[in-house]
Design a binder for this molecule. Structure first.
Ligand code: K7E
Ligand code: CUA
Length: 640
């Protein structure tokens, strides 16, 4: 055991009373593996990072909404279509809330979904390959923030708009906001076996801001809850104008009711234009299809589908307890946390006891649906998660702390500081019936003195707490990449055993694959040249090419012939102005090169793959545009 008492004591004024037992709890010995995966949103990096817990070690960055030169994602010809949208090719994004697929209310480790906030999109990542395999754009949405949370059996992944906008978009005055702008809540169906996404319907709600959401579960399965703010429907100076109402709402949506309505022919198809991008693991290629319509639902046409629960004051998080009985709404400007009761909500609906309506949607009375309040819990509550012992944990941004409180009695049990200004927090199995109450980690917005300074920009800090006892115990600080909004965590044994080791060459259907060295060739079609190239330790085939000319567009289609775990090869050629490629065993990837200068140019493998990695190289001769040098290619012989 390492003895770190001295160091730790020095920090204890800022870091709480750490002792060597904390170090023991996060120590994963060399060669041993972590107990949990944590999938942490990359925020403005547009990606998703994979960490191990309790060690806090970074394992991978999965490119999702942003181009990624490390692997060529979004640069290679095969993956460019993943970033296609109705606004054209959008090579970056702002990702917020990863959520793991579920079966019967429990995370199943098959896929993870994540939203892109800026150009509204939802992505699905396959947890066998840890690759982004599908991205669907969300039309009529703007600031796709109350997303991407899944229902108990992954029937839907839900995406709600933050900004209300004209639906469909049109050229009107911003002053017409009130009454004319709408907030689209999108229910994206997920196919049970394949995971394929398809927008089943969009609920066109009043012009509020829809901030966060969570599904019901257990008794409340079939419902979905969304926090709203700016129920004032202001379009300017929201910091003042959207804080006028004493209460905003949680919108409760009965999606099963809406399904019935649709099955009886309800709703209408609205012309639309949005991209649906799908990556195929056999062809290793993505295709992008533009969809032309979407089903929209007017909530007033489906009686009993939507109710509004008054919630003080500009609530942010909207979290549902593991048993589905309680809906927690955290009013950012309220002193107390508000907890609504699903049962009382049902009762009030049954008695048709409404205190008003907004655009035809019934408003229930605050007192009728209130389960309880956690009083004076802290300042600036944001998000809540739950453990397996009936406790809830809420983050407070302004007072920089996590507060543990008890469901049902609403009493505060413990509070621990965070360093500093915490946003989300995560407990494994967070959005499910079975959270795992061993660890919780907080994701902080401000880092300051927690790490060695790295100029004005610091990575955000996460902090891991042991929550197995009555009191929380701070165990570890670790840096995260980008801005982690939410994270989803899961027991490693639900994911690791299914992790793919390599792609089978025999299943490779890429049209430009060369599945053996015998199939390699170079083909000219006018000024386009296709190079069918292979890699295997430790050479390219071919490795000498002549007959390329300035002005050619050269496609390198590179197939990695390896059939072994963890043996990628790289490809880089001088002047390549998009990205290098990293090609997994059995995979084919393509990069375009447009040589601008006459000469003999080397290419090489960028991944140290063997003892003779440094020998893994080749040459391409580029001749003048008008030269009549014939195409020739070879391996292991001198080109004549
Ligand atoms: Cu609170 Cu986007 Cu979930 Cu960040 S949001 S903190
Ligand atoms: Cu292949 Cu280095």
């Amino acid at each position: 055991m390492m003895s770190c008492g001295d160091n730790v004591n020095k920090k204890s004024s800022a870091g709480g009373a750490l002792n060597s037992s904390a170090a023991e709890k996060v120590y994963v010995a060399p060669g041993e593996q972590d107990e949990y995966y944590a999938f942490i949103s990359g925020g403005y990096s547009g990606n998703l990072t994979v960490y191990g817990l309790p060690s806090g070690r970074l394992f991978k960055e999965i490119p999702v909404f942003s181009q990624f030169p490390t692997s060529g994602y979004g640069y290679s010809e095969e993956t460019k279509p993943m970033l296609n949208t109705s606004h054209g090719f959008i090579p970056w994004g702002d990702s917020h809330h990863p959520d793991i697929s579920q079966t019967e209310g429990v995370t199943d480790g098959r896929w993870i979904f994540i939203n892109e906030n800026n150009t509204p999109r939802i992505a699905r990542i396959d947890l066998e390959t840890f690759e982004t395999v599908e991205i669907i754009e969300v039309p009529n949405s703007a600031g796709n923030h109350s997303s991407s949370f899944v229902t108990e059996n992954t029937e839907y992944v839900v995406a709600g708009t933050r900004f209300s906008v004209p639906v469909p978009q049109q050229d009107i005055s911003i002053k017409e906001y009130k009454g004319k702008f709408k907030g689209a809540l999108s229910f994206i169906g997920v196919e049970k076996e394949t995971g394929h996404m398809d927008i089943k319907f969009q609920l066109l709600m009043p012009g509020f801001n829809y901030d966060l959401s969570h599904p019901g579960r257990g008794d409340s399965h079939g419902w979905f809850f969304f926090t709203t703010y700016n129920t004032e429907e202001a379009s300017t100076l929201l910091e003042v104008n959207a804080s006028q109402n004493d209460k905003d709402f949680i919108a409760a949506v009965n999606w099963k009711k809406i399904e019935e309505y649709i099955n009886n022919g309800g709703g209408k198809m609205m012309p639309s234009n949005y991209a649906h991008n799908v990556y195929d693991h056999n062809s290793h290629t993505a295709t992008s299809t533009m969809k032309k319509e979407v089903r929209v639902i007017d909530p007033t046409e489906v009686p009993g589908a939507v109710y509004l629960l008054p919630t003080p004051k500009s609530p942010h998080g909207c979290d549902v307890s593991p048993d589905g009985k309680y809906i927690v709404g955290n009013g950012k400007l309220s002193a107390n946390l508000t907890v609504h009761s699903f049962e009382k909500m049902q009762e009030a609906i049954k008695n048709e006891k409404f205190e008003g309506e907004a655009y035809g949607i019934p408003i229930l009375s605050f007192e009728d649906v209130l389960a309880g309040q956690v009083e004076q819990a802290g300042l600036g509550p944001l998000h809540t998660e739950f453990d397996d012992k009936g406790n809830a944990y809420t983050t407070f941004f302004i007072s920089s702390e996590v507060v543990k409180w008890k469901l049902g009695t609403w009493e505060v049990i413990d509070r621990k500081p965070t360093y500093y200004s915490v946003g989300h927090l995560t407990i494994a199995g967070g959005n499910s019936r079975e959270p795992d109450g061993k660890y919780m980690f907080a994701m902080n917005k401000i880092t300051k003195d927690r790490y060695l300074p790295t100029g004005p920009e610091l990575e955000h800090s996460a902090q891991l707490y042991d929550i197995s006892g009555e009191k929380m115990e701070l165990l570890l600080d670790f840096p995260t990449h980008g801005e982690p909004h939410y994270a989803a965590a899961i027991k490693a044994d639900k994911v690791a055993p299914n992790s793919k080791k390599f792609y089978k060459l025999s299943e490779n259907t890429h049209p430009f694959a060369a599945k053996s060295e015998a199939e390699t060739k170079v083909v000219r079609e006018g000024n386009v040249v296709h190079v069918y190239m292979t890699t295997i330790r430790s050479h390219f085939s071919p490795d000498n090419i002549e007959g390329i000319k300035v002005g050619d567009k050269v496609y390198f289609h590179i197939t990695n012939l390896e059939q072994d775990f963890d043996v990628p090869h790289g490809f880089a050629i001088i002047g390549q102005n998009n990205s290098e490629l990293l090609i997994m065993p059995g995979q084919t990837k393509t990069s375009v090169w447009e040589p601008k200068q006459v000469g003999v140019w080397p290419f090489y493998c960028t991944d140290f793959c063997s003892a003779l990695h440094q020998e893994m190289q080749g040459y391409i001769r580029v001749s003048p545009k008008d030269s009549d040098i014939e195409l020739e290619w070879s391996l292991g012989e001198d080109v004549e």
